[in-house]
Structure formats: structure tokens, C-alpha cells
Design a binder for this molecule. Structure first.
Ligand code: NAD
Ligand code: MG
Length: 293
């Protein structure tokens, strides 16, 4: 790989204002996010592993799915039915890597669906070694007064309840050496004023990573988190950020640009692979120089 200046490697603000209905599609973003489609090269680090990734159609989940497949893993992805177009591209990329790709569309706000999804993943993959709980809902609201109970509930269900239901369902299938990875955020420690509900769910994510790591260490199951800073994904253009914030997105970091999902792929691989065996209860950040995991 050629050496590149991280400041100029990817697009920087100002960005074009653009808005999509939730949950948004990567395929409709300008510029299109880079999930490592043309750049990620595997070297067998996850040969024969079986992974389930929520939110695997776009953003960090898609970057992880591409990388995992190129590292030799079979990969099941969950996403919302409206995201079929993005998900199809990911399944194609997994298959082009010579691995099995399993599409499991459905809404994680339902406990029954979460349980069924895990069962379906285990059946289709012949077991499970890696669980990436990555899906989340983020809607910017200027005031707490603008957050309805339905709104609050949707964020809590997606970001807090779903990981709880999914991890519970997956646990009986995870043998020693397995890895659980949660996507948390810089918001866990440095919450924005307009992300009152979302930020608390990310604090909860960082907390469950640290709690479960202690609880599951005796079983030989590692639990870690990835904490992104501002990353160019559909979540931000479908209500996650204001248009003012989007225009200047990532410009206030020391690298003066947002991250691309593909820049975090290697962290997910690192936390899943055998060589990462001493990492548990850790949160690895990628924030362009700002924030703290
Ligand atoms: P993204 O929009 O690409 O991914 C989020 C995914 O969540 C969607 O693709 C969707 O499939 C899934 N999802 C949401 N609600 C769902 C539901 N009810 N049922 C099933 N799936 C649902 O955006 P992303 O930024 O890659 O988000 C991935 C993770 O990264 C999230 O946990 C998010 O909190 C975290 N994160 C993102 C940023 C950022 O700046 N983009 C920063 C910090 C943390
Ligand atoms: Mg998506």
C-alpha cells in the first residue's frame, strides 16, 4: 500500500447539503463513502470464522463485513428492509471474496426478530464466532423538548435493547475464543448538546462492553468496543446531523475531515482475530485526533 498523508487522503469539508429519509443509503451519498471496496486486502486473519454484523449494509458495519470476508470469514449481515440496495452490494462483495454472505433483513426493535435473526445466522453459517453489534439510531434534536417518547423509545430500543437481546441469544453459541464487538462513539464521553438521547445510549454501549468483558472472560469470550469520531455514513445524512453540521462535517478535528468507514475496518478485524487475544474490555478509538475513547 502506498504511503499517504492522512489529511488529504479523503474528502474534506465543505460538503454538499443532502438529506435522505431514515435510515438512508450509502449509494445515494455525495461523495460516496469509502468502505474499503477497492482498497482492503486480506491475509487470512479470520480464516473459517463465522460473523454476524448488525447494520452490515453501510458505514462501519459494511466496512467490517468486507474486511471480514477478505480475511476469510463467512458473514451474515442484518439491516432494515429499506436498505436492500446497499445490502445487495455487500452480499456481492462477500461472495466476490469467495465467502458465504447471508442477508438477514429485519427491525432490531423487536425482541422476537433479534432472537430469530441469531438463530438464522447460526443455521446459515453453521455456528457463530464473531458478533458485531453495530446498528444504531441517531436523530439530532436541538432541545430535549423536541424528543417525543416514541422517538426516545426508538433510540433506546435500537441502541440498548437490541444488543441486550442479540447478545443473550448469541451467547449459548459462542465457544471460547469468540469475540463480541460493540460500536460505541466519542459521544459516550463527550456528548453533543443536540444528541441527548443518542449520546446516553453510547455511554451505555461503552459500559456494557466493560461489564460483559469481565463477566465473560471466564468463558474465554472477549468483548470490546470501537469508538468512531465523525465518520461519513448514511446515519449522518438521514437526520443524524443538522445540515449546518453536515456542511462542515469533521472539519473541527485535527485532521480537518471526517473519517471514512473503511479507515476503521482494520480495528474490527484486530478485535476479532486470534492475534488480538489479550484485548478485552477495551475501546479502540478512531476520531481524527479529537475525542477520547
Ligand atoms: P449507518 O447508517 O451506515 O449504519 C447504521 C445502521 O444501523 C444502518 O445501516 C441500519 O442498517 C442499522 N439500523 C438502524 N436502526 C435499525 C433497526 N431498527 N433495525 C435494524 N437495523 C437498524 O451509520 P454508521 O455511522 O456506520 O453507524 C454504525 C455505528 O457507528 C452506529 O452504532 C453508530 O452509533 C456508530 N457511530 C457512528 C459515527 C458517525 O459519525 N457516523 C460516530 C460514532 C459512532
Ligand atoms: Mg444503512
Amino acid at each position: 500500500m502506498t504511503i499517504q498523508d492522512p489529511k488529504s487522503k479523503y474528502p474534506k469539508p465543505p460538503f454538499k447539503r443532502q438529506e435522505q429519509p431514515w435510515p438512508g443509503l450509502a449509494g445515494k451519498m455525495e461523495p460516496r463513502p469509502d468502505h474499503g471496496e477497492t482498497s482492503y486486502k486480506g491475509s487470512g486473519r479470520l480464516a473459517g470464522r463465522r460473523a454476524l454484523i448488525t447494520g452490515g449494509d453501510s458505514g462501519m458495519g459494511r466496512a467490517a463485513a468486507i474486511a471480514f470476508a477478505r480475511e476469510g470469514a463467512d458473514v451474515a449481515i442484518n439491516y432494515l428492509p429499506d436498505e436492500e440496495a446497499d445490502a445487495r452490494e455487500v452480499i456481492d462483495l462477500i461472495e466476490q471474496a469467495g465467502r458465504k454472505g447471508v442477508a438477514l433483513p429485519g427491525d432490531l426493535r423487536s425482541e422476537a426478530f433479534c432472537v430469530q435473526m441469531v438463530t438464522d445466522a447460526v443455521d446459515a453459517l453453521g455456528g457463530l464466532d464473531i458478533l458485531v453489534s453495530n446498528a444504531a439510531r441517531q436523530q439530532t434534536r436541538a432541545s430535549i423538548l423536541d424528543i417525543s417518547s416514541e422517538d426516545f423509545d426508538a433510540t433506546m430500543k435500537t441502541n440498548i435493547y437490541a444488543p441486550f437481546w442479540i447478545i443473550k441469544a448469541a451467547l449459548p453459541h459462542l465457544a471460547p475464543g469468540s469475540s463480541i464487538i460493540g460500536t460505541t462513539s466519542e459521544q459516550a464521553n463527550d456528548p453533543s448538546k443536540d444528541l441527548y438521547d443518542y449520546a446516553q445510549t453510547k455511554a451505555a454501549t461503552t459500559s456494557y462492553v466493560r461489564s460483559l468483558a469481565k463477566q465473560l472472560a471466564p468463558k474465554g469470550i472477549r468483548v470490546n468496543g470501537v469508538a468512531p469520531g465523525p465518520i461519513w455514513t448514511p446515519l449522518q445524512v438521514s437526520g443524524g446531523a443538522t445540515m449546518e453540521k453536515l456542511e462542515q462535517f469533521g472539519g473541527d478535528t485535527p485532521l480537518e475531515r471526517p473519517g471514512q468507514p473503511g479507515e476503521l475496518a482494520g480495528i474490527y478485524v484486530r478485535l476479532a482475530e486470534e492475534d488480538g487475544s489479550y484485548a478485552t474490555g477495551q475501546v479502540y478509538g478512531a476520531m481524527g485526533g479529537g475525542g477520547r475513547p
